[in-house]
Design a protein around this ligand. Structure first.
Ligand SMILES: [Zn+2]
Length: 380
């Protein structure tokens, strides 16, 4: 289901191809997040236009609203949201541990109260796999224990032990026809725990492996460490997925460290604040400096927003709260993430990835505000 086509000679970057029930995914790949069954502000046609190959759906949110009976009646998630391409669903573990009010962690899952109406719910490996089977996603994720970055070493250790036990339980559950299942490695930024968890999870033989416990509010160097402590223990010939990451520069750094798949709410989240991503960093289009700026958001960008509208017009739309403004920023940002990663694939193919990586990082100025928005994204 995954073909490793090429490994870069100067970095650990890889070019691959993953075949799913709903089509082929070229890796490295960026997956926009459709939290509530919709990538915020974008319709499926726009998603395809910006170059989206696969989107992510949130088990926790879809389970709470609209509920499984509705999605089942619609014929599964693809048909309910009218998205014909691949979908990866998370297991809900991340949301249960970050969003819900946990009542009790039990041997086979978590008893929690819905963040919405306080109703008492239970989600564990068995339930998470059953929900994902009914959603009919192309890739299902195991139910894991994802502790915050402030967790003590002891807490991270019990999260690792629980994650391994729950992964075994997930592995035994029935799945939708040809549905793949990815294991998740936890262990914070502790090298020993990362290795131990990776070896145990890989021993269970999943279709791919995710690095979890990142994008949980940790400083960037710790995130890179967590990835570096995990990647050497993952099999070469299977896809690797860094969960919830990141900015374009972080994604570029992670591709160079051998990661193939990414998902993040940043492109659409910051668009709603009037922030645009470019290959040089972010700009706040709302600023007065753009009042008479007749250029596109980013010179040379081929997205619909840049081909049709000026910064001056988009700034005006954002300042008077017109929906078109945030929609167009979402189009541009999603296009930017997809094309930065598509260019990485082109350079990997041509054997020039190391230069592309170096020049990209040198030209990109990270913004503190955007990194803060990423930390905040832990909630969804
Ligand atoms: Zn654009």
């Amino acid at each position: 289901m995954f073909d490793l086509l090429k490994t870069d000679s100067k970095t650990r970057a890889r070019l691959g191809r993953m075949t799913t029930t709903h089509g082929v995914v070229e890796t490295p790949v960026f997956m926009p997040v459709g939290t509530q069954g919709s990538v915020k502000a974008l319709d499926p046609r726009e998603l395809e236009e910006v170059g989206t190959q696969i989107i992510l759906g949130n088990t926790y949110h879809l389970f709470i609203r609209p509920g499984l009976d509705i999605i089942n009646e619609a014929g599964g998630l693809h048909s309910f949201i009218n998205w014909p391409k691949p979908i990866l669903t998370d297991s809900g573990g991340f949301q249960v541990f970050s969003l819900a009010k946990i009542r009790k962690i039990r041997p086979h899952g978590v008893e929690f109260r819905s963040h919405l109406d306080g109703s008492l719910l239970f989600l564990g490996p068995r339930e998470a796999m059953e929900i994902q089977r009914m959603l009919g996603s192309d890739i299902a994720m195991v139910f894991d224990d994802c502790p915050p970055h402030t967790a003590t070493a002891k807490e991270v250790r019990s999260a690792v032990e629980r994650t391994i036990r729950w992964a075994e339980e997930c592995r035994e559950q029935p799945r939708a026809k040809r549905q793949m299942i990815f294991g998740i490695v936890q262990g914070g930024s502790h090298p020993v725990l990362r290795e131990e968890c990776a070896r145990a999870i890989v021993g269970l033989e999943f279709d791919g492996y995710a690095i979890g416990g990142v994008s949980v509010g940790e400083p960037e160097p710790e995130m890179f460490k967590a990835v570096e402590y995990t990647v050497p223990f993952l099999p070469e010939n299977q896809p690797r997925y860094a969960m919830g990451l990141g900015t374009p520069a972080q994604i570029m750094e992670l591709i160079a460290r051998g990661v193939d798949m990414f998902d993040c709410v940043l492109p659409t989240r910051v668009a709603r604040n009037g922030t645009a991503f470019t290959r040089k960093g972010t700009i706040s289009i709302k600023g007065g400096a753009f009042k008479r700026d007749w250029s596109p958001i980013e010179e040379g960008c081929t997205c619909y927003a840049c081909r049709h509208f000026t910064r001056a017009y988009l700034r005006h739309l954002l300042n008077v709260n017109e929906i078109l403004g945030l929609r167009m920023l979402s189009v541009h940002n999603s296009h930017l993430f997809a094309s930065v990663v598509a260019d990485a694939r082109t350079h990997l193919m041509a054997g020039t990835f190391a230069d592309y990586h170096r020049e990209f990082i040198a030209g990109y100025v990270p913004t503190r505000r955007v990194l803060a928005a990423r930390a905040q994204s832990s909630a969804t």
